[in-house]
Write a protein that binds this ligand. Structure first.
Ligand SMILES: Cc1cc2nc3c(=O)[nH]c(=O)nc-3n(C[C@H](O)[C@H](O)[C@H](O)COP(=O)(O)OP(=O)(O)OC[C@H]3O[C@@H](n4cnc5c(N)ncnc54)[C@H](O)[C@@H]3O)c2cc1C
Ligand SMILES: NC(=O)c1ccc[n+]([C@@H]2O[C@H](COP(=O)([O-])OP(=O)(O)OC[C@H]3O[C@@H](n4cnc5c(N)ncnc54)[C@H](O)[C@@H]3O)[C@@H](O)[C@H]2O)c1
Ligand SMILES: O=C1O[C@H]([C@@H](O)CO)C(O)=C1O
Length: 426
């Protein structure tokens, strides 16, 4: 049982950790100053790839291909990169206890790590249907997706069930992205979700109708307005049937559950201020404890633009919050300061040949253009959310890089619109 001490420790080895490490290096880091402790076996990678190219039937993406920071056009930080920079990458290591008072972390094998400054970047974990007590939800063949090991297990299950039946439970990001890759793998896919249309936390019905129509044309069945109420397995404990609350039964060789995520705050929840499910931080990602920062999915931060505290579970914020925390740490050492975080929310998704981006806030009235009858091959349509005569949010399917930039500008500047008609000229 060793005890080690570092000037900086990043707890968690996901997206935020990779970008934080890069920022430390860019700001000037001495060998031996930084350790990253992660329960994953792999160096930080771009998690979005797991629900997309990792599961493609042809030439699937594999590590080391998508280590951070390639997702934003940066350098690919392989394990060798970390050793060259003198960063200790402590993989396959779960921290099971933490003390903010003693500035220490304890791992499952009993090692103790002391830090000068700590960045908590523990991300989130999928919610399971067994968390709600759904009978049979722990059967073999029921998959969740968060880490590369989950994606590998799912990939193998897809290969073992050619032309099999797949059911996606949940109509959010995982449901939509996974239904697409399972269909590309020639599985017979059914999606099930309780809401009247997919991606209800962002879409309005006209936007959803386009994607649902597109998925149906690809041969994906969509069952709305009900939930999975139980699962039946065969004598090997393998799932075979998804039972729905409305009485229907769906055959299944593979089930993907995507019913949301829960931030990993357990280690510190009694030691740091928690709000909206995450660690409450300021515009520099400082938590309620000195020298303890929280970034990415676990941070509840002041969203300056909307003057409210938010937690965001998307990769762009994971990257930028990590950079902001490291810049804050380094500025304090240099006796300077950085600007407060001023984030413009940015979400995106890709499935089949579709690709959408969203900037800002989906509040007020949604004005959708071009969605009805949009071409399925070169789909292009969008939406603006307007509140108090200003554009608050902007969505675009099939946009070019320049167009998406213009969208971001409109949402950032909250462009005033006196008539809805004006929107088509933005
Ligand atoms: C399959 C999938 C696809 C996604 N696709 C997109 C997308 O297309 N676009 C988008 O904007 N967002 C996407 N997201 C969301 C995005 O990936 C997350 O918001 C982002 O990864 C958050 O970064 P993070 O560093 O906070 O957490 P994570 O990347 O989840 O990293 C957390 C790390 O902490 C480790 N950890 C946790 N607890 C401990 C512990 N006690 N001890 C040691 N290590 C620990 C975990 O193992 C993990 O390595 C996707 C998420 C998933 C799961
Ligand atoms: N492109 C992206 O940004 C992207 C892609 C994949 C994953 N992610 C992230 O991964 C995490 C997990 O994604 P997700 O799709 O699971 O969450 P989500 O919040 O996007 O979707 C959850 C969906 O689950 C369904 N649901 C909720 N409770 C249910 C219940 N009891 N029974 C059946 N269905 C129920 C609803 O349809 C809801 O829309 C999130 O943090 C998400 O942001 C993001
Ligand atoms: O941001 C992303 O990073 C990965 C991939 O581009 C890395 O190669 C991916 O699929 C994203 O959406």
């Amino acid at each position: 049982m060793a005890e080690k001490s570092y000037k900086y420790i990043i707890l968690g080895g996901g997206v935020a950790a990779g970008y934080a490490a890069r920022e430390f290096v860019q700001q000037g880091l001495q060998a031996g100053e930084l350790a990253i402790i992660s329960k994953e076996p792999a160096a930080p990678y771009e998690r979005p790839a797991l629900s997309k190219a990792y599961l493609f039937p042809e030439s699937p993406a594999r590590l080391p291909g998508f280590h951070t920071c390639v997702g934003s056009g940066g350098e690919r930080q392989t394990p060798q990169w970390y050793s060259e920079k003198g960063i200790d990458l402590v993989l396959d290591t779960e921290v099971v206890e933490a003390s903010v008072a003693q500035k220490s972390l304890k791992t499952a094998s009993g090692d103790v790590y002391k830090y000068g400054a700590l960045i908590i970047a523990t991300g989130a974990t999928f919610i399971k249907l067994s968390d709600f007590g759904t009978p049979g939800a722990d059967a073999k063949g029921i998959y969740h997706l968060r880490e590369v090991e989950d994606a590998t297990a799912l990939y193998e299950a897809i290969k073992a069930n050619p032309n099999g039946n797949a059911v996606c439970v949940g109509g959010g990001y995982i449901g939509l992205e996974l239904a697409a890759v399972l269909n590309m793998n020639k599985m017979k896919v059914t999606m099930v979700y309780p809401e009247p249309f997919c991606m209800p936390r962002l879409f309005v019905s006209e936007i959803a109708a386009f994607y649902e129509g597109y998925y149906k044309e690809k041969g994906i069945e969509i069952v709305k307005g009900t939930v999975a109420s139980g699962f039946e397995s065969n004598e090997h404990g393998e799932v075979k049937v998804v039972k729905l609350k409305d009485g229907r039964e769906l055959p299944a060789d593979i089930v993907i559950v995507g019913v949301g995520a829960r931030p990993n705050i357990g280690l510190f929840k009694d030691q740091l201020t928690v709000e909206k499910g995450g660690f409450k931080v300021d515009g520099f990602f400082k938590t309620s404890a000195e020298n303890v920062y929280a970034v990415g999915d676990v941070a509840t931060f002041p969203l300056k633009l909307y003057n409210e505290l938010r937690r965001v579970e998307h990769v762009d914020h994971a990257r930028k919050s990590a950079i902001q925390a490291v810049q804050t740490i380094k500025a304090a050492e240099a006796g300077t300061s950085v600007e407060e975080y001023d984030y413009l929310p940015y979400f995106y998704s890709r499935a089949f040949s579709l690709s959408w981006q969203f900037y800002g806030d989906n509040v007020g009235d949604a004005v959708v253009w071009g969605a009805k009858g949009a071409d399925k091959v070169n789909a292009k349509f969008g939406a603006y959310w307007v509140k108090d005569g200003k554009v608050m949010g902007a969505f675009l399917e099939g946009g070019s890089a320049d167009e998406n930039k213009a969208l971001a500008t409109a949402a950032r500047n909250q462009v005033p619109v006196s008539t809805i008609k004006e929107l088509s000229n933005l």
